[in-house]
Design a protein around this ligand. Sequence first.
Ligand code: HEC
Ligand code: HEC
Length: 326
Amino acid sequence: MKSVFSRILLMVVVVLGVYTFVGHLVPQFTGGYPPAEVKIQPGINQADLVKVGQDLVNNRGCLTCHTIGGTDKGRCPNLETVGKEAATRYKGYNAEQYLLRRLTDPDFSEVPGYPKIMPKVWQPPIALSWPEVKAVTAYLESLGGKVTVQVTADDVQEKPHEIKFPDGASVTVKKVEAAKEIDPAVIQEGHDVMMSLPDKERCIACHKVGTEMPAGWFPNGYGQYCPDLSTIGAMHDADYVKQKVENPQSLPTVTGYPKTMMPMDYKKVLNDKYGKQADEKLVALASFIISHRGQQKLPPEISPWIIGGMFLLSIIVGFFLKRRRT
Ligand code: HEC
Ligand code: HEC
């Protein structure tokens, strides 16, 4: 009797162990995004170009901010009919011109009701090449409008591309290094810096950052007052985070969140603690924060890890049943 009981107990422990282990693997599995493989040829037909553009929009971080379709009223415009709206957004610009300008030089005009946080898509972290910018523009035009973008032999050359707009403005899109892999040692250092901050000023006192979250954090609890930073690296670079920490009021307040809640004395706190090294420590902290790029796509309903876990489980159960019989 006793041995059956202890076997059951052992099995429960093993099963829990396996699940905990599998659970730990999952966040690593979903992090980051694979760079899209792009073949944009001169004269590519528009349907293919739109398809490439759609893949880029799905995989390069646009959807961490934007929605396409649905009824979600988020911080960023729903792009469902942007191809149509683009034609009338800015005086003198047709849809293609407006979209190109919005993607490459977003601060040129207001989109009423939204904060100015749209990144330049040819700079990190999104870092689209010039042909990719054109593909994305074609896809956006296809959302409610007519696709006019053409890819020429000149477009696919690796060189700076100057775009001229009807009002005389021009923007030059250059190749910029994609967001680099951040040195794990710097990420660790940044984490240490965060943990060295006073309890109440520790970023994770308020923000959810990946798997770390404020004590008592739950989706509709305390965390609702502060944005979740788990996807911040897909939207912003380290400079943005550094500036937000040094002087939160110098950047637009994230829509829907309280304006003066983010502490304003980090510069002093870090200076007092680290002296001359304060700036370097802040860069490490910002690097740690933007190492969170979140998950771009929902994992499949049944993840391979669950299937793997079930498989292991059945082996273990089989093993125990066999031992009982012998
Ligand atoms: C950090 C969040 C963020 C990311 C990432 C982002 N956007 Fe935006 N986008 C915005 C915001 C906010 C606006 C509206 C205000 C503005 O334009 O400055 C906007 C505006 C736009 C508009 C103009 C919409 C209109 O109705 O006029 C388009 C088009 C657009 N974004 C496309 C994209 C694409 C394509 C990507 C990815 C390559 C992208 N955005 C990535 C935040 C973002
Ligand atoms: C007392 C709570 C609190 C603490 C502690 C705190 N923040 Fe914030 N933070 C906020 C709030 C509230 C906002 C949203 C309002 C705003 O934009 O100021 C915010 C906004 C941000 C944003 C902008 C997010 C976006 O989506 O654009 C970043 C980045 C950020 N915080 C980083 C940090 C870092 C890094 C730390 C630690 C050094 C930190 N915060 C500590 C409350 C806090």
